[in-house]
Design a protein around this ligand. Structure first.
Ligand code: PLP
Length: 356
């Protein structure tokens, strides 16, 4: 299928101060869009068009039953002005895994990769220059059937929008305070926890809001059945470092399989660390802490890449990790991952895709 391009005749003014970009507030001149219609043979009409509102019938299914999936990845500008995407094929593979769970017809990953490259190439000048900034890409799929019956959609839209985003850490890697959630749960095995879908975020807002009001920036979810095993943080996977082991929860269906998580495991193992993907209970974490064996805790995700955790609050127990300072392993992992993403160090794993 050929990707048709219609360029805008009315380009926007690009942000002049890249230190004030923030996250997800500004959008570029173009978007990628493709329709699915069961009676027109599936996905069709892939095209890049000027960024604009989408008109939908008020009865469109995505408004009512949450049949929606999304992805998040970034394009980075290197010092020698090349544009790199980080493991985009992994995002498209995961999008299809989410599709499968939500009865959304699979996309052609090869075509969508071409679409991402073409879109970023057209929006090249929108990839910011300042250290730590990037162009955030948000592919998503929504069900558009104008029908209130509950059934898998027969009409959908796949869209990719782009947003220049600021440096996540303006003043160096700042450890975050995390609230271990004991009241609400995010997902259970058999649910949609492994899928990147809006419903999981809707389910998390209340807990996030309550944690924020207590001055904690994110919640750490425990499993929904035993309320005991560590799952993940808001939009990050989580790692615990002891003297002889780096532990991250095993993927058992209720956790989002992060691409930063996967890359971190591969990198840390290549550096010679003993990384375990296994069940880890909050009691074991408390026990490691009490024995002075909990050296570092960090989250991983596309937005922050690596986010050191400085404090964990579990009921009345407050655990201050590494004196609320960033640990050596967190720093090394951050430097290596961002080094590869911004093309500062060689990409031995072949993780980056250059956009010409
Ligand atoms: C996207 C996401 C992550 C992180 O995944 P990355 O691919 O590393 O960005 C972790 N948890 C949740 C719930 C997410 O939605």
């Amino acid at each position: 299928m050929e990707i048709k391009v219609t360029l805008t005749t009315n380009p926007k003014t690009k942000p002049s101060d890249e230190s004030k970009l923030g996250f997800g507030a500004i959008f570029t001149d173009h978007m990628f869009i493709m329709n699915y219609d069961e009676d027109l043979g599936g996905w069709h009409d892939p095209r890049i068009v000027p960024y604009a509102p989408i008109a939908l019938d008020p009865s469109a299914m995505c408004f009512h039953y949450g049949q929606e999936v999304f992805e998040g990845l970034k394009a980075y500008r290197t010092q020698d002005d090349r544009i790199l995407m980080f493991r985009p094929e992994e995002n498209l593979k995961r999008l299809n895994a989410s599709n499968e769970r939500l009865c959304i017809p699979k996309i052609d990953e090869q075509l969508c990769l071409e679409g991402l490259k073409k879109l970023v190439s057209i929006e090249k000048d929108w990839v910011p220059h300042l250290d730590g900034t990037s162009l955030y890409l948000r592919p998503f799929i929504i069900a558009t059937d104008p029908h209130l019956g509950v059934h898998p959609a027969k009409n959908l839209l796949y869209v990719v929008i782009c947003s220049p985003v600021g440096a996540y850490y303006a003043e160096g890697l700042n450890p975050v305070k995390i609230y271990v959630e004991t009241n609400y749960v995010r997902a259970v095995r058999g649910g949609m926890g492994f899928a990147k879908t809006g419903g999981n975020y809707a389910a998390s807002l209340k807990a996030q809001d309550e944690a924020n009001s207590l001055n904690y920036s994110q919640v750490l979810w425990l499993d929904g059945v035993h309320r005991k095993y560590i799952e993940e943080v808001g939009a990050m996977n989580i790692f615990f470092v002891t003297d002889d082991e780096i532990i991250t929860p095993k993927l058992e269906g209720s956790i989002l399989p992060g691409i930063t998580r996967k890359s971190s495991i591969e990198l840390l193992r290549s550096m010679g660390y003993n990384v375990s993907e296994r069940r880890l209970s909050i009691d074991e974490v408390c026990d490691l802490y009490d024995k002075g064996k909990l050296k570092e805790v960090f989250g991983t995700g596309t937005a922050a890449v690596v986010s050191p955790v400085g404090e964990l609050k579990y009921d009345d127990k407050i655990m201050v990790i590494n004196n609320s300072l960033i640990g050596d392993i967190s720093q090394k992992l951050y430097d290596t991952l961002t080094g590869i993403q911004w093309g500062k160090i060689s990409d031995n794993f072949n993780w980056t895709t250059e956009v010409k």
